[in-house]
Design a protein around this ligand. Structure first.
Ligand code: 5GP
Length: 202
């Protein structure tokens, strides 16, 4: 019997005891750094590596994404190979189903708000954390630091306002990235609270 990747993915993730944690929010709020620190502090978190059609940025780690062209991405999407995927400012981004999940790990996804909404719908028990920048000026400064064009930065700032509105409707918690140590501590505490309440239900 042949099973689609979707069926395999849902059963391996849906049946597992893993908590799915979604760190979402607009660009420039520091999601990537916060996700990395959360995983460094908590070895039981497993950070998913996304696929993207966006070109690799100068200075970006080679393994920041699995960089593919559009046809490779769409053939993966057509096979149901993504847990969620979305188009963001002309590029495609997707979370592949984990091939095999380490049994004791919880899954951390660092994705945009459209993706977070798909995960929330597919896995209602997931924990969705919305990360915000301390101010618009700070968010713009972080986007500028990546070397994107002024036009792209403007688009991202406009997109951010819409994303925040949508994300607030699905987020379990909203946290502000005013200090890295503080926000990582706050999110870790939110994750641990959820783990405790789930273990009480099992
Ligand atoms: P960037 O191009 O700046 O790396 O990412 C653009 C946006 O795409 C960010 O908000 C980032 O969190 C989001 N993103 C990264 N990976 C994924 C993914 O697998 N799925 C979705 N939906 N968004 C992603």
């Amino acid at each position: 019997m042949s099973r689609s990747r979707d069926a395999i993915g849902i059963s391996s993730v849906g049946d597992s005891k893993s908590l799915i944690i979604v760190l979402c929010g607009p660009g420039g709020v520091g999601k990537g750094t916060v996700a990395r620190l959360l995983v460094e502090d908590d070895p039981s978190l497993w950070l998913s590596r996304s696929w993207t059609t966006r070109p690799h940025r100068d200075g970006e780690p080679e393994d920041a994404y699995y960089f593919v062209d559009k046809s490779e991405f769409m053939s993966m999407a057509d096979k149901g190979g993504f847990m969620e995927w979305a188009e963001f400012l002309g590029n495609l981004y997707g979370t592949p189903w984990p091939d095999s999940l380490p049994t004791d790990n919880d899954i951390l996804l660092e994705i945009d708000v459209q993706g977070a909404m798909q995960v929330r719908e597919r896995f209602p028990d997931s924990l969705v954390v919305l990360l915000l920048a301390p101010s618009k000026d700070e968010q713009r400064r972080r986007l500028e630091g990546r070397g994107d064009s002024e036009e792209h930065i403007e688009l991202r700032m406009k997109e951010a306002a819409k994303e925040i509105e949508s994300a607030k409707e699905i987020a379990d918690a909203t946290v502000t990235n005013d200090s890295l140590d503080r926000v990582v501590g706050e999110i870790s505490a939110i994750i641990n609270d959820r783990r405790v309440s789930r273990s009480g239900q099992q």
